[in-house]
Ligand binder design. Structure first.
Ligand code: PCA
Length: 124
């Protein structure tokens, strides 16, 4: 089983969650310390999505427990190595701290809107 901390379009109820749904076993609410969140929209992007980068604060999301086959699909969606980098993070959950993968944004943050709440979601 792989654990992935998601904070954007891969969360339940968001537009890319369907990609992981067939591989999903379990979900826990989670948050990670030492990162900041931004909202990205426009500039040729097909839809809005967030960027998590190292910084001061918490980012809120979900820890997904997934079959390992889901990872290459996620790497492709997130353009691993180009737009995002998959790294290990420590997520705080109601069941204690858990190590998980997460996608850190590699791109330019010019024009990005900071989300000091550390939470993203509900965009059309
Ligand atoms: N998808 C990944 C990274 C940003 C995004 O929209 C996620 O939900 O965690």
């Amino acid at each position: 089983m792989e654990r992935v901390f998601v904070y954007g379009t891969l969360k339940r109820g968001e537009r890319n969650h369907a990609l992981v749904a067939p591989y999903l076993h379990r979900v826990l609410p989670g948050r990670v310390l030492g990162y900041r969140l931004f909202h990205l929209e426009g500039g040729g992007r097909p839809y809005p999505y967030p960027a998590m980068v190292p910084g001061e604060g918490w980012v809120e999301g979900e820890v997904l427990f997934l079959d390992p086959e889901a990872l290459p699909l996620l790497d492709e969606l997130e353009e691993e190595g180009v737009e995002y980098r998959r790294v290990r993070v420590r997520a705080e959950t109601p069941e204690g701290p858990l190590e998980a993968w997460a996608y850190l944004y590699l791109g330019d943050l010019e024009g990005a809107r900071p989300l000091p709440s550390g939470s993203w979601g509900g965009y059309p």
